[in-house]
Design a protein around this ligand. Structure first.
Ligand code: FES
Length: 180
């Protein structure tokens, strides 16, 4: 009597670990092996929040659908709406995401961006697995030396969110062309 080992299913909805089961199956007298891999929903961690999304979703959409934003200050209103031209949705990403495309790569070469910042345009980045995302100050999110923005819950209503930058900074930042 052959032993058939079935696939192992995640115990809870949203489990993000791969679970693999290999079992010998009899077919026409020969033995085959079947590997079943189950993926849960990726989790995006951003400014103290954890957001579940579907694999392949655009990072900018994931943040905005959760009531968050990859944009700082006035660029929340004034941006290219996801066409990889303004460069203001840039974030640092650690995790499984899509590769950098040519359009995105080209924009990240234009100041105030710089390849050394190692940022991604969230409007061009697809979420593949769990990712940790950081946003830096400045209208393009390029003020790396200042450190990432704090969790949104830590920003008291009486305190100014560092993500909110004024127009003077906008003007000076626009003319930047060097690495901090
Ligand atoms: S929204 Fe303009 S580059 Fe992403």
């Amino acid at each position: 009597m052959p032993t058939v080992i079935g696939p192992v299913r995640p115990t809870q909805t949203g489990d993000s670990v791969d679970q693999t089961a290999v079992g010998p199956l009899l077919s026409g007298g020969s033995t085959m092996f079947r590997v079943c891999i189950y993926h849960g929903m990726p989790t995006v961690t951003f400014r103290g929040r954890e957001i579940e999304c579907n694999e392949g979703e655009t990072l900018r959409d994931v943040l905005q659908d959760a009531g968050l934003t990859p944009h700082n200050g006035k660029t929340k209103t004034f941006n290219c709406r996801g066409f990889a031209s303004c460069g203001t949705c840039a974030v640092a990403v650690d995790g499984e995401v899509s590769d950098v495309g040519l359009r995105e790569k080209g924009r990240l070469l234009v100041p105030p961006h710089h390849p050394n910042y190692d940022l991604r345009l969230s409007c061009q980045t697809k979420v593949i697995g769990d990712v940790r995302v950081e946003k830096y100050p400045g209208n393009w999110g390029t003020k790396i030396a200042k450190g990432p923005l704090p969790p949104v819950d830590e920003v008291d209503s009486a305190e100014t969110d560092p993500a909110e930058t004024d127009s003077a900074e906008f003007d000076s930042e626009a003319s930047e062309a060097t690495v901090d």
